[in-house]
Design a protein around this ligand. Structure first.
Ligand SMILES: CC[C@@H](C(=O)O)C(=O)SCCNC(=O)CCNC(=O)[C@H](O)C(C)(C)COP(=O)(O)OP(=O)(O)OC[C@H]1O[C@@H](n2cnc3c(N)ncnc32)[C@H](O)[C@@H]1OP(=O)(O)O
Ligand SMILES: [Co+2]
Length: 133
């Protein structure tokens, strides 16, 4: 079952600068920063109601750097909380979606994550995530 929009990922060039900008915009501080080596990204998170904003700065070979090079800074992905990521990956594959991961992997903020290719989701990079218990 799909639940809430867990976070919206925003690709940024400089995390320090963007932290300050979004702190001013939201009038609140990021509640955490985290490096995710497997994705070559450093992230920070702002909690807004039940949804988070995830700022992402990427290393030179990262998906984030490639995205910024092509499209510039901005919304990179939308992440949805699901209750059974394995079942949803099987279901989506059977429905013909291109899932970018063989298995869920460890993402930021204590989640298992996987991605659906934007070419099979109307140009939107979709992330599924499930809390690690
Ligand atoms: C912090 C960890 C985790 C979390 O816990 O939240 C994260 O959020 S990590 C976020 C960063 N990681 C990822 O994005 C992993 C999944 N992404 C990928 O595997 C790749 O980025 C991709 C989607 C497969 C694209 O890679 P690639 O094919 O090498 O790049 P291209 O530049 O050639 O793109 C092909 C095609 O797709 C379009 N594209 C790329 N990224 C996006 C995007 N974010 N949203 C929409 N469209 C996207 C790109 O424009 C190309 O289109 P065409 O030019 O029309 O061919
Ligand atoms: Co994300």
């Amino acid at each position: 079952m799909w639940k809430n929009v867990e976070h919206i990922g925003i690709a940024v060039k400089n995390l320090n600068d963007s932290n300050k900008l979004f702190e001013t915009l939201f009038n609140k501080s990021a509640y955490k920063a985290e490096e995710v080596e497997s994705e070559q990204v450093t992230t920070s998170f702002f909690q807004l109601g039940e949804t988070k904003i995830e700022l992402l700065e990427g290393g030179s070979d990262s998906a984030i750097a490639k995205f910024i090079e092509k499209k510039g800074e901005g919304i990179h992905h939308i992440a949805f909380e699901v209750d059974d990521i394995y079942a949803e990956m099987d279901r989506l594959r059977a429905e013909g979606f291109q899932i970018l991961n063989e298995e869920p992997k460890k993402g930021a903020d204590n989640k298992l994550v996987c991605f659906v290719h934007p070419k099979s989701a109307n140009g939107v990079l979709v992330e599924l995530c499930q809390e690690i218990k």
